[in-house]
Design a protein around this ligand. Structure first.
Ligand SMILES: NC(=O)c1ccc[n+]([C@@H]2O[C@H](COP(=O)([O-])OP(=O)(O)OC[C@H]3O[C@@H](n4cnc5c(N)ncnc54)[C@H](OP(=O)(O)O)[C@@H]3O)[C@@H](O)[C@H]2O)c1
Length: 247
């Protein structure tokens, strides 16, 4: 994608990967607007990046999505990049009795949120001479972690939906990218100090390079084994992966 001169809305921009991507795009001179629920997180991020703006949004709430989209179109008519990054990841009880509230929250945040927000902005994006949608999935879209089965399923769905979106937007001005991170050191599941996870700054550097390169799927080297898993031996790979993660 074009790396400068964009007006970018990124959900979940007040922490973790979203915040680091917002910062990297801001440093390149793009206009960046960050979205999320926690006002204090958003304000702190904006304060550290003069010129950045924020927009409160709860991607679980269709009315909040509509209000944010209307605000963006009104105040930032040049908006040409949407990064669907907000997400939650929790352990679930797959194989036993499920916590319905958690299941619904995960699907609403990780799957319905991006679908609804994209829908609210798509006609605006199509009217731009050049636009980009980046959907953040996960290596777990391709190799599920049974411990977070519903989360993994939402990310597999994001991968599937992203491919459909790409097909449906062929010939339009909108390019559709998928960013599938490996395990990265953020607060998601309390992994900020996890040595097995990729340091956030390394992940962002590699991701920004890949984004500039012009591929549809943004895959850092570390996520390749998970991405390349699909095939006749998929289940054996998934089992081995889950055994490794259980220790
Ligand atoms: N870290 C990893 O290992 C990893 C690996 C693969 C994929 N990912 C994906 O990367 C994305 C970013 O995760 P992260 O690691 O940066 O974790 P994070 O620091 O916990 O960030 C998640 C962000 O999502 C926002 N969010 C959550 N629920 C929301 C809602 N209902 N409405 C609006 N915003 C909401 C949060 O902001 P508020 O709480 O303020 O709303 C937060 O800023 C997620 O989609 C995640 O699934 C992460």
């Amino acid at each position: 994608m074009r790396m400068t001169g964009n007006t970018i809305f990124i959900t979940g921009g007040g922490s973790g990967i979203g915040q680091a991507l917002a910062s990297a795009f801001h440093a390149k001179g793009n206009k960046v607007i960050i979205g999320g629920r926690r006002k204090a997180q958003l304000e702190e991020t904006v304060k550290a990046h003069p010129g950045m703006e924020s927009c409160e949004i709860d991607v679980r709430d269709p009315d909040s999505i509509k209000a944010a989209a209307n605000w963006l179109i009104l105040h930032h008519p040049q908006l040409d990049v949407l990064i669907n990054n907000a997400g939650i990841m929790k352990a679930d009880q797959t194989g036993g009795v499920m916590d319905d509230e958690l299941t619904v929250a995960t699907i609403e945040t990780n799957l319905l949120g991006p679908i609804r927000l994209t829908s609210a902005l798509i006609e605006h994006l199509k009217a731009q001479p050049e636009a980009t949608i980046v959907n953040v999935s996960s290596g777990l879209a391709f190799t599920p972690l049974a411990f977070t089965a519903v989360y993994s399923a939402t990310k597999a769905a994001i991968h599937s939906w992203t491919m459909s979106l790409r097909v449906r937007l062929r010939g339009s001005s909108v390019r559709v990218l998928e960013l599938a991170p490996p395990w990265v050191r953020t607060d998601l599941m309390g992994g900020r100090d996890e040595p097995r996870a990729m340091p956030l700054d390394m992940f962002i550097d590699e991701t920004m390079d890949r984004l500039a390169f012009g591929v549809d799927e943004i895959l850092v080297d570390r996520v390749r084994p998970l991405r390349d898993n699909a095939g006749p031996n998929e289940l054996a790979f998934v089992e081995t992966f889950n055994d490794q993660m259980a220790h």
